[in-house]
Design a protein around this ligand. Sequence first.
Ligand code: URA
Length: 251
Amino acid sequence: MERLQKVLARAGIASRRASEELITAGRVRVNGRVVTELGTKVDPHKDRVEVDGKRVVAEKPVYYFLHKPREMVTTLDDPEGRATIGDILRRIPERVVPVGRLDYHTSGALLVTNDGDMVDALLRPRSAVPKVYAVKFQGHLDVPELDALRNGVTLDDGYRTQKAEVFVLRQEQNHSWVQITLTEGKNRQVHRMGDAIGHRVMRLTRQSFAGLSIEGLRPGEYRELTRDELSRLKKQYLNPYRRAREASKGA
Ligand code: URA
């Protein structure tokens, strides 16, 4: 759901300010009813928005998958002047936002879209979207430590992590490469799981998100989702989310 003036501005009807004036002047209808409240929220892909009787067409929903490089923040601007994901998103014609975030030093799979429902659907905890990480830990992890990662560890704020899939990829002299699949996403979760077992995370890459792998994409590259990938995401995450939302409205 988005503010009506934002939807008008994005559709190129007028600036945000001028769009507010159109609304307060009673020239905007949503689903046939005149709306003069500036706080009104609409779903640009479902609600029928009209200005002076003419339908406003929302931007077509688009979905891109990108390989976030290391040393880049996932926000659109950074007060410290570091590289931002906006540097990549600027090359995409539509106004897309990332689904969740990766830390500054973490590289890997990041979905970006202008479909707000898809963002909400993928981020809601109930969706339990799988996220696969390749983690370089300092030192050697023994079996009880690997089991602890699998069964749940207690983070610095007292939160106990949910079950995770954990495989050793390879052990080297002073560090271990481990693949971890999480279906939740707490802040800096993998780093904090490493701290909980006493092994610092030295390098972190998200290899896949919601079953979409970064294979074939170099850091900084992106591609559109294929039709099959998109229809799977809709079936698996978006449709159940919309059904739950409709059910809660009816309750
Ligand atoms: N866990 C982390 O610690 N960092 C990330 O960026 C993602 C998961």
